[in-house]
Design a protein around this ligand. Structure first.
Ligand SMILES: Cc1ncc(COP(=O)(O)O)c(C=O)c1O
Length: 399
């Protein structure tokens, strides 16, 4: 007899992501993929990582291979506390910091320790699918609030806060948001923090792309405004060093970190200690300003290349964002157009993979005519050729 699996209520509503559906096509070597979310391969500091790793395994192998503590490798935690203090993202009077297995785990555990089933969590609409799925797995009531060019719509946010008394967390990606590439203004960051005080909720500030700013002025984090222990800040080495390391961190009020430590212990005991030591040695041995300048130059060039080809080749009926950092451009087809048909045609006939915007919807009923483009993973040649081909399709469908 074949077993009829009855999955838990927590996971039964989770579906394979639309991105994965598109990624199936990307195993075809003829497909140019703008669907990934990977950092630029040429930006990985492979020689230095190889040198640090070889030295570590030769001279300190047990440190890299033995069990370690849940909170994370102390020298790395101390260094991050110092760096985060300089950015006002860590306040030693109220905060502590734990190393996690990427920002993904940071966000998931933050949700786990604070939310009960039925509590409300507000997210920007659209938002990062990985976090949305983590939140969904806790059966929370996810409410999306429209994202504008300078961040979340404050009037609509306050409407939700007035009508829903169970709002516990607001999840935000203020810098070069995934999927839109948009950045929240300083005015809105301050206003959102004031709303958090007024309506008594916690802000989960997810900042994986902050160091990849290649245009415009840096904007302080929401965490830097935090005097009351209302902001959980998550960061990661994924976009500045290597996502394969699975090394991220959370800076948050001590009581919250204590609970995250207990949950992390249950989940994976501790994050990869080998990678943590490499991260620590990298950031203390390398001139990080030079490293960031290099990363920013790579991302700026690739983004600029894709934007210039979009301007040249896309139908003028398509609008698109101009990110000041990060990995993504968000394109929007004319109102009422069939975005899914466009994305399907792009990949199956034109051999260009993009991510349909509905993958990032908060609710299944949301309608979108947008899709996401990634400029960091393709080569320059693929960026040029792929954007030209996609442009032809936009002109064919939206004359
Ligand atoms: C907004 C956002 N948060 C978190 C993550 C997860 O990053 P990590 O590799 O650190 O788990 C990503 C990855 O793409 C992301 O885009």
């Amino acid at each position: 007899m074949i077993v009829n699996y009855i999955f838990s209520d927590k996971v039964s509503s989770l579906k394979a992501s639309a991105i994965r559906e598109i990624l199936k096509f990307t195993s075809d070597p003829d497909v140019i993929s703008f669907a990934a979310g990977n950092p630029a391969p040429e930006a990985f500091p492979t020689d230095k990582i190889a040198e640090i790793s070889a030295d570590l395994l030769k001279n300190d192998p047990i440190l890299a291979l033995q069990y370690s503590v849940t909170e994370g490798y102390s020298p790395l935690r101390d260094e991050l506390k110092k760096l985060m203090s300089e950015k006002k993202c860590f306040n030693s009077d109220i905060d502590d910091l734990i190393i996690t297995s990427g920002a993904q785990q940071a966000n998931e555990l933050s949700c786990k320790v604070l939310l009960n089933e039925g509590d409300t969590m507000i997210c920007e609409a659209p938002s990062f699918i990985g976090s949305l799925n983590a939140f969904r797995s806790y059966n929370v009531n996810l409410v999306g609030v429209e994202l504008e060019n300078d961040g979340i719509n404050l009037e609509k946010l306050e409407e939700v806060l007035k009508s829903d008394k169970k709002v516990k967390i607001l999840y935000l990606i203020p810098n070069f948001q995934n999927p839109t590439g948009l950045t929240m203004s300083w005015e809105k960051r301050k206003a959102v923090y004031e709303l958090a005080k007024k309506y008594d909720f916690i802000i989960l500030e997810d900042n994986p792309y902050g160091d990849l700013r290649f245009d415009g002025e840096e904007i302080p984090s929401i965490k830097s405004l935090d005097t009351e222990g209302r902001v959980i800040y998550s960061g990661t080495f994924s976009k500045i060093l290597s996502p394969g390391f699975r090394t991220g961190y959370v800076s948050a009020p001590k009581e919250i970190i204590q609970k995250i430590v207990v949950c992390k212990q249950v989940s994976d005991v501790h994050s990869n200690i080998w990678a943590q030591v490499v991260c620590h040695r990298f950031i203390t041995q390398v001139d990080m300003k030079k490293h960031f300048d290099f990363l920013r130059s790579v991302y700026k060039r690739k983004c600029g290349l894709m934007i210039s080809k979009i301007e040249e080749c896309f139908s003028d009926k398509i609008s698109f964002t101009r990110p000041q950092g990060g990995l993504f451009i968000w394109c929007t087809l004319p109102e009422n157009s069939d975005m899914q048909a466009f994305c399907k045609k792009a990949v199956s006939e034109y051999k260009i993979a993009v991510v349909p915007g509905n993958a990032f919807n908060i609710s299944e009923n949301d309608v979108t005519t947008s899709f996401r483009l990634n400029f960091s993973t393709p080569t320059d040649e693929q960026l040029v050729q792929g954007t030209e081909i996609l442009g032809k399709l936009t002109k064919e469908m939206f004359k």
